[in-house]
Design a protein around this ligand. Structure first.
Ligand code: DC
Length: 226
């Protein structure tokens, strides 16, 4: 079997990881895996069942038999239902960090993520990919941007998707998630010691993609075909 390549892109909320990861995957012909969408899908499943996402015991009850499929077109299917849009709504965004801090939720999703990366080349974005999910990833990027830049980007994304939010609320949500994501006990957000830091505060999407591709070329010799 041909050797597969894993590219891990970690970083805080709304740092533009998914946009960059998707483009890098497309250019290299790799599979893109959005692990944040998986935590969001679990959060939505908890809320949908009328359970309290801030209660660990209650939340864990959705795990047995849970199925999450990430389709090539970007759709997220959870237990047979298309949840692509609802998982970006403020109710899910405001609760996902609690769900992502529960050990059993993380263990279940990490198993799925490792299985997805086993037999194909992937670009996987998240918070703990380089440190925990794929510690042997060929390339590890830690992508950051200032809180203000990230809040404006997320706000504009929401407006474009028709999700009503205020810039102030988005900025508060970004700060709150930064805090919870980097202070949780299990697999917190932090750069892997062998990761390359890319600050996209003053970069366009194309510049950020170029920066990642340069690191990929350097570490693996792989580059886009055209
Ligand atoms: O990237 P995102 O905003 O869609 O992520 C949603 C939440 O899931 C975020 O608060 C952090 C958490 N997450 C995580 O803990 N580990 C991952 N690998 C991916 C996301």
């Amino acid at each position: 079997m041909e050797k597969t390549i894993s590219i891990a892109i970690d970083g805080p909320a709304a740092a533009g990881k998914s946009t960059v990861a998707k483009k890098v995957a497309e250019l290299l012909g790799f599979t893109y895996i959005d692990t944040g969408a998986m935590y969001r899908a679990v959060t939505n499943a908890v809320i949908k069942k009328g359970l309290n996402p801030q209660d660990e015991r209650q939340s864990e009850t959705v795990l047995p038999g849970l199925s999450i499929d990430l389709l090539p077109g970007g759709q997220v299917i959870c237990n047979g239902e298309d949840v692509t849009r609802i998982i970006r709504e403020p109710l899910v965004s405001g609760n996902v960090s609690y769900i992502a801090s529960y050990k059993n939720v993380r263990l279940a999703l990490v198993d799925m993520q490792r299985a997805l990366a086993k037999s194909r080349s992937v670009v996987m974005d998240g918070r703990d990919i380089g440190t925990y999910v794929l510690p042997d990833a060929d390339v590890k990027i830690f992508q950051i941007a200032s809180v203000e830049t990230r809040a404006v980007r997320r706000y504009e994304e929401n407006i474009a998707k028709g999700i009503p939010t205020s810039l102030k609320d988005v900025e508060e949500d970004v700060r709150k998630r930064d805090y919870i994501d980097s202070h949780r006990a299990f697999a917190p957000l932090k750069p892997a010691s062998d990761s390359v830091l890319i600050d996209t505060s003053f970069m366009s999407v194309d510049e950020a993609v170029e920066a990642v591709l340069r690191v990929v070329k350097e570490k693996t010799g792989v580059a886009p075909k055209c």
